[in-house]
Structures are given as C-alpha cells and as structure tokens.
Design a binder for this molecule. Sequence first.
Ligand code: URA
Length: 435
Amino acid sequence: MDMIEIIAKKRDGHELTGEQIRYFVRGFTDGSIPDYQASALLMAIYLNGLTDEETYCLSDEMLHSGELMDLSGIEGQKVDKHSTGGVGDKITLITGPIAAACGVKVAKMSGRGLAYTGGTIDKLEAIPGFRTSLTTEEFFKQVNEIGLAVVSQTLDVAPADKKIYALRDVTATVGNRSLIASSIMSKKLASGADAIVLDVKCGSGALMKTEEEAADLAEIMMKIGNHAGKRMTAVISDMNQPLGNAVGNTLEVIEAIEVLRGRGPADITQLATELAAHMVHAGGVEPTIESARERARNALADGSALEKMREMIRYQGGDERVLEDYSIMPGSTLSVDVVAPREGYIVAINTQAVGQASQHAGAGRLSKTDVLDMGAGIHVHKKIGDHVSAGDVLMTIVGNDAAKLQAGLKYGLSAYVIGDASPWSPSLIHRIMTK
Ligand code: URA
C-alpha cells in the first residue's frame, strides 16, 4: 500500500477504505510511516472530515493497538462515565458513590489533570493513604464486593491514539470532531463497560465552545459506542463557569463530600445527580429515567452515597476520617483575592483562565514532572449573574508558594467580565441524548 496515495485520496475528499486506515494507524504506531506523512494525512482529515465508517474504523484500530480491560470477572452491568474535561469538575467523586449505592457496578479508570483541567486521580490522592493503583485482582474484588472502585490507568490503552494525539497537538489538527471522538472513544471502549454515560462540556472552559459543537461531538461518540455494542447516553452540560465553588485537589474533594452530605452547591449537585441517574438507568437498575432520578436523589438524601464513598476510601487504603475532618488533607497557608474593579453584574467568566490560575498556583502541572500542591486552588465566590460592588472578592487563590500564587493571580485577574447588562445565566444541562 502507498501512503502518498492515501494522503492524496483524503486530500481530494474521498473516503478511505478500512484497509487504508488500518495501514496508516499500524504503520504510524510501529514507526514505519514518518511524522511528515502522518501530519499531511491528519491535516487532510482535519479539512475534509471522516465518514461514519471511516470514524468507526479509526477508533477500532486505535482501540486494538493496545490492551483491553476484560471486566467479565465482575458480576452485573458495568457502567462508565466520561467527562470531556472541565474546571471544578469533581463529578466522578459524586456520581460514582451515588450510582454504586443504587446498585450499579462502577469499575472506573480515571485520568490525571490535563493542562488547565483537573483529573480525578490527582484529586483522590489528596486523601491520605488513598491508593489509586490496584492490582486487577484487588480491583475486581472491590467492585464485586462494594460496587465501586476508581483507579488510575495501568494498562497500555490505545498507544496509537497516544502517538497520533501528540502529533495532532503540534500540527493544529486537534479540533476535528471525528478525530476527537475516535480518540476519546478508543480509550473509553478499552475500559470494558456495558454502557457509557458521556458528559460533553461546552463553553469557555471546554474544547467545544457551543452547544451545537458539543452535540455534534456527542453524536459521533455515541455512534462509535453503539457500533461497538455499547449503550450510550450523552448529557451536554455547561462549562461557561466553573462547576461548584471549588477548584483544586483538596478543595474539590471537600466540595464532593459536601455534596454527598447534601450541603453542596446546587449546580454540581444537580449535574451529578442527573449523570448518576443516567448511569442507574443505563445499568438496568431502574426501568425509567424518572425512577432512576428519584433513586439517585434518595441515595444522596438517605446518606447511602456518602457511606459508599466511605467504603471506597477504606477499601483503597485511604483515611476515612477525611469525611468528618477535612484538616487531615493537605491545606494552604497563603491566599490572594481577586476583587471586582467596579460595580455591576458578572456577565461572563473565562473559565479556562480560572483553570489556569489554579494550575499556576500549584494545583496542576506545567511540566510532566511537576509535583502537585494538593492544597492549592481557587475558592470561587461569584458566578455569572451575580451583582457585585467595587472591591467585592470574586475569587480567592490559595496555595503554599507565594511566587506560584502571583503567577496564578495573573490569570485570575482576567477571568471575570463585569458589565451593566441585565445578567444572563447559562442553563447547566443543555441537552440529553440517548441511543
Ligand atoms: N481528549 C482526548 O482524549 N482526545 C482528543 O482528541 C481531545 C481530547
């Protein structure tokens, strides 16, 4: 097969065969196809797109380039949830315990923070002693016994995607929806769940800026999932402002526990309950989404979701006293406020800048080897639609390193837009899509 022919075919807007896609993915992964030819093909795909068949084939090839998790050792319906990434998104720490308390099996492999967005595994490591790395036997045993485990990725999942993503990152070809969908789904399908609930974000802190773009991406991901035999649901949710009022590892664990105690912010409680309800419904525990919502709300109200969190922490070696005593997690010694320069309404928040403020304050990595400051992060005091007077504190950046706090402040200062216009409040859940 000839790579030049494949590039020319896509450049001219034609559909590639499965064999040609396979040739590209395998050849690029084993190093026989050089970066310059792969870059040219990716740009041709970026400009001309992929058909559904090409997209299924690309994600299937990337999926089978690595190891697959076989969850057959776990009884019952396994349901996974995936978020396309956001700021203050501690949803897994809440949906996991709710769904498991309702009887769904949640065998979850999660990631670390990426750029300005946080990662569940980093957050869980704020809990003293919590082991995010379990053997397969421990993982299966835990999910069979308590219905819930959240661990870091230990398998070599979709190495082809890793290589292709790294090249897309430096050739301005990340933004194509078929490429994004096949990249995400090649990794999700490796997790072995029977059903997948997607939380696709849109807004200033998300990869997709508009609801339409997010819905298109969700549609492609759902088609890939269905094609692979998975039940798929997508919730299009808002990321025009941070979720909840806490950003950063310890702060987000605290906020998640507060939600599980029934005292958390309304937005994160609503979204977490909705996503958990879809997991409960997709897992076949409740026959309708209405009854699943009721069940998820009850698991929060009767404390069973909080107890499920306690069980998970105990099983994974963490100090369960954290549920009653937040001071045993790493904290912060320094803080700096971002204040309103004038009176008015919060009309927009640059959510990416809030994420960057937290990242630079020490909660995220600027290079692969950075050690996180678990106590660093942001307290968000004002959200879109709030009225403020000059001098009101909009957000507080906390951490343990004065220079890092100043670096975070640079981003924090540009995060809020104050105007005179009557406030606009984005709705939190834009759309729900099921297939
Ligand atoms: N996240 C991924 O894993 N892949 C993409 O292409 C974009 C975001």
